[in-house]
Design a protein around this ligand. Structure first.
Ligand SMILES: NC(=O)c1ccc[n+]([C@@H]2O[C@H](COP(=O)([O-])OP(=O)(O)OC[C@H]3O[C@@H](n4cnc5c(N)ncnc54)[C@H](OP(=O)(O)O)[C@@H]3O)[C@@H](O)[C@H]2O)c1
Length: 286
């Protein structure tokens, strides 16, 4: 089963009151598709959509993504209201800027709860529906920082690397059921991501990492001048699904492409350097 062309498709999108998620919801409603939009605040979502948007096909859902039962109910309500489910977009996420040793146990669990456990909750609820109908698409919004890591972004990268790992495995697991998977890897996008409403900072810092403090200050100042346009980003994410899904990874932004290329080059050099030594731990051939 490919993307439906004879009826509105039904999408389940997480993290929708701001940024990319909000823009995806707006564009899907404008297409005439059905949208279940999860958020921590339906009031904020409805206010952000504004008066001019036709919300007849919108199901706003206040969901704590960390709560498996609540996520299960949200997916069930979606299928019930719209008579099915076609596309899941795991978009919710936030940044956290600190050195690894400044990151508390609570910070780690909070991040992984949203970026990994929450995604897993959605997948556990949605995959049986997609698998049984033998069709559908999962879009997991990662980051180019799901491929490459930089100082000060350790926790965010840990979450996105985990998301990439589960997504790669998932893509191979569900391909035979006709279910597609896309990992979206944006570069810097001009959303609310780098505002203090979204970006989290550590409760306490040491004075051992002045470069990370400087990087944090620079990033807060970057707000409003990021290269990526969320309207174009949402358009590309939707078009990729509608057109049947491209390669596993969808890079968004020339900055993303450049960072990813540098990572692949460094990894290639590392693999070449290890080629002679890696076999040294093999059991000798009998
Ligand atoms: N903007 C960038 O530069 C950039 C780059 C690479 C990747 N990304 C990724 O793109 C996705 C969308 O981010 P964005 O740029 O649109 O940022 P944004 O404007 O800050 O929006 C983030 C969305 O994620 C949800 N969210 C944030 N913290 C959450 C939490 N603790 N629990 C549950 N939901 C939470 C929010 O949903 P509600 O408030 O509605 O609940 C919000 O709508 C994220 O996964 C982000 O990591 C962004």
């Amino acid at each position: 089963m490919g993307f439906p062309v004879d009826r509105p498709a039904t999408w389940f999108v997480t993290g929708t009151s701001r940024g990319l998620g909000l823009e995806v919801v707006k564009q899907l409603l404008a297409r005439g598709d059905n949208v279940a939009a999860t958020t921590r605040s339906t009031e904020r979502l409805l206010a952000a959509l504004g008066e001019g948007v036709d919300t007849t096909r919108l199901l706003p859902l206040a969901v704590d993504l960390r709560d498996e039962a609540a996520v299960g109910q949200a997916v069930a309500r979606t299928a019930e209201r719209f008579g099915g489910l076609d596309v899941v977009v795991n978009n919710a996420g936030y940044g956290f800027l600190a050195a690894v040793e400044e990151t508390t146990d609570r910070d780690v669990r909070a991040m992984l709860d949203v970026q990994v456990v929450g995604v897993w909750n959605v997948l556990r609820a949605a995959l049986p529906v997609l698998r049984e109908q033998r069709g559908g698409h999962v879009v997991n919004v990662s980051s180019v920082l799901g491929l490459t890591a930089v100082p000060g972004w350790g926790l965010y990268c840990a979450g996105k690397f985990a998301l990439e790992g589960l997504s790669e495995a998932l893509a191979a697991e569900v391909a035979d059921f006709g279910v597609g998977v896309t990992i979206v890897e944006p570069g810097y996008f001009r959303t609310d991501f780098l505002t203090r409403d979204s970006l989290a900072l550590p409760a306490a810092t040491t004075d051992a990492y002045p470069a990370i403090r400087e990087m944090t200050a620079n990033h807060l100042q970057l707000q409003g001048s990021q290269l990526g346009d969320p309207v174009r980003g949402a358009e590309r994410i939707i078009a990729n699904v509608v057109e049947g899904g491209g390669p596993l990874r969808q890079l968004l932004g020339s900055d993303s492409h450049a960072y990813a290329t540098a990572k692949v080059d460094a990894l290639r050099a590392n693999l070449d350097a290890a080629a002679a030594t890696a076999p040294a731990t093999d059991f000798p051939a009998a």
